[in-house]
Design a protein around this ligand. Structure first.
Ligand code: PHE
Length: 346
C-alpha cells in the first residue's frame, strides 16, 4: 500500500458515510475500517514493507485517517439517533402520555382558617397575628383572669422555664388562647378596631379523639363607641351562615369568661340532624361552637382605653372543632398525623 491508497480511502469514506441510514449499517461500516482485520489494520501492518524513510509519514497519515473515521462514526451515530429513531432517545418513548404529577394543596385546617378569615375580611375586619410564646401578663392578667384562676395552673398552661426567675407577670408561657392578641392590638392601636386573629394555642391536655395539646383558634373583636351585643349577634350570624349554610340557627347561652361581661357560649343548630337530636349533638339538637361576650371594662383599663367611652365585643373559636363539624370528622388527631389518605379528601 502507498500514500495514493490513503487518498483513495479518504474519498471513499466521505462518500460511503452519507449512504449509511441505520445503526446496523454504521456498525458494519465501522468493522470494515476499524475492525481487527479492517482496512486500517491492513494499512498499519503494511508499514513494515515500506522503505524506512517513508514509514513515519505513512504512519501519521494512517493515524489521521483512523481519527477521521472515528469522528465520522460518532457524528453519524448522533444524527441517526435524533433523526430516524425518536423512540429510542435516552429519555424513553416520547409518544406515551405524560405521568400526571400529584399537586399538593392546603391542609384542611388552613382551608377552614382561610374561609373564616375571608368572611370577616368581607365584613371589614383586618387580620392580626401574635406570638405563640406570651407573657403571663398578656395571656391572663390583662384579660382580668385573677392570679388564683385555675386556668393559670401549670396543669392547664405550658410555662416556659426561664433562666433568671422573673416577676410573676413576666413569666413566659405558650399562649393558651388567642385572646392575648386583644391586649396587643388595643395597646398598639386606638379604636375603632375590627380584628380577627388566627393562630395556634397550647394546653397540656392528654391527647384523645377530641383533645390535642396544640390546636388553632380564631379570635375576633371590635371596639368603638356604641358597639353592642346586637352587633356581636349580627356578625356571628353572618359567620355561621357563611360556614355552615344559610338555614343554620344560632342561640346564645349565658356563660362566664373573666374578660367579657356579659358572656355567652354560642351554639348552632345541629348540622347533622337539623336540631332533632342525634348522637353528634348528644340528643340536644345544638352544637357549641364558640365563646363570646362584651369586652370587660377591666380589660379596657389594662390597655389604656376609657371604659366610659368605648365598648366592644370579642369572640373565640376552636378551628379543629369547626372543621370536624363541617366535614364530619370524628377524631382531632387526624389533622396532625398528615396521612395522605386523609388529607387528599379535602
Ligand atoms: N379565649 C376563650 C377561650 O379560649 C374564648 C373567648 C374569646 C371567649 C373571646 C370570649 C371572648 O375559651
Amino acid at each position: 500500500m502507498s500514500g495514493i491508497d490513503i487518498k483513495t480511502i479518504e474519498t471513499s469514506i466521505n462518500q460511503e458515510i452519507h449512504q449509511i441510514d441505520s445503526l446496523q449499517g454504521l456498525e458494519a461500516w465501522r468493522l470494515k475500517y476499524l475492525g481487527r482485520k479492517g482496512i486500517i489494520a491492513q494499512l498499519t501492518s503494511s508499514i513494515s514493507q515500506l522503505p524506512p524513510e517513508e514509514r513515519a509519514s505513512f504512519g501519521q497519515k494512517a493515524n489521521a485517517l483512523k481519527d477521521r473515521i472515528t469522528s465520522l462514526i460518532d457524528e453519524k451515530q448522533q444524527s441517526l439517533a435524533t433523526d430516524s429513531a425518536p423512540d429510542q432517545v435516552g429519555f424513553g418513548d416520547i409518544h406515551l402520555p405524560g405521568v400526571a404529577q400529584d399537586l399538593g394543596h392546603l391542609h384542611p385546617i388552613t382551608q377552614v382558617i382561610d374561609e373564616i378569615c375571608g368572611i370577616f375580611l368581607g365584613l371589614g375586619f383586618s387580620i392580626m397575628e401574635g406570638p405563640e410564646i406570651e407573657t403571663e401578663y398578656n395571656n391572663f392578667t390583662a384579660l382580668n383572669i385573677p392570679l388564683e384562676h385555675p386556668s393559670r395552673d401549670v396543669f392547664d398552661t405550658f410555662y416556659l422555664k426561664t433562666q433568671n426567675p422573673k416577676p410573676k407577670t413576666q413569666n413566659l408561657l405558650l399562649r393558651s388562647h388567642t385572646s392575648p392578641v386583644q391586649v396587643r392590638a388595643m395597646k398598639s392601636r386606638k379604636p375603632p378596631l375590627a380584628i380577627i386573629v388566627p393562630g395556634r394555642v397550647y394546653r397540656p391536655d392528654a391527647v384523645d379523639a377530641s383533645h390535642s395539646f396544640m390546636f388553632h383558634q380564631i379570635e375576633g373583636f371590635m371596639v368603638d363607641e356604641n358597639i353592642t351585643f346586637a352587633d356581636l349577634k349580627g356578625v356571628l350570624e353572618i359567620f355561621a351562615r357563611g360556614v355552615f349554610g344559610q338555614d343554620i340557627k344560632m342561640r346564645f347561652r349565658p356563660h362566664f369568661f373573666p374578660f367579657t361581661e356579659p358572656s355567652a357560649e354560642v351554639d348552632i343548630s345541629c348540622i347533622i340532624c337539623k336540631g332533632k337530636g342525634c348522637s353528634i349533638c348528644s340528643r340536644k339538637g345544638w352544637l357549641e361552637i364558640l365563646g363570646a361576650g362584651m369586652i370587660h371594662p377591666a380589660v379596657f383599663k389594662h390597655v389604656g382605653y376609657k371604659p366610659e367611652k368605648y365598648t366592644g365585643f370579642a369572640f373565640g373559636m376552636g378551628i379543629e372543632r369547626i372543621a370536624m363539624l363541617k366535614y364530619g370528622i370524628n377524631d382531632i388527631r387526624l389533622f396532625f398525623e398528615n396521612d395522605l389518605r386523609f388529607l387528599k379528601q379535602f
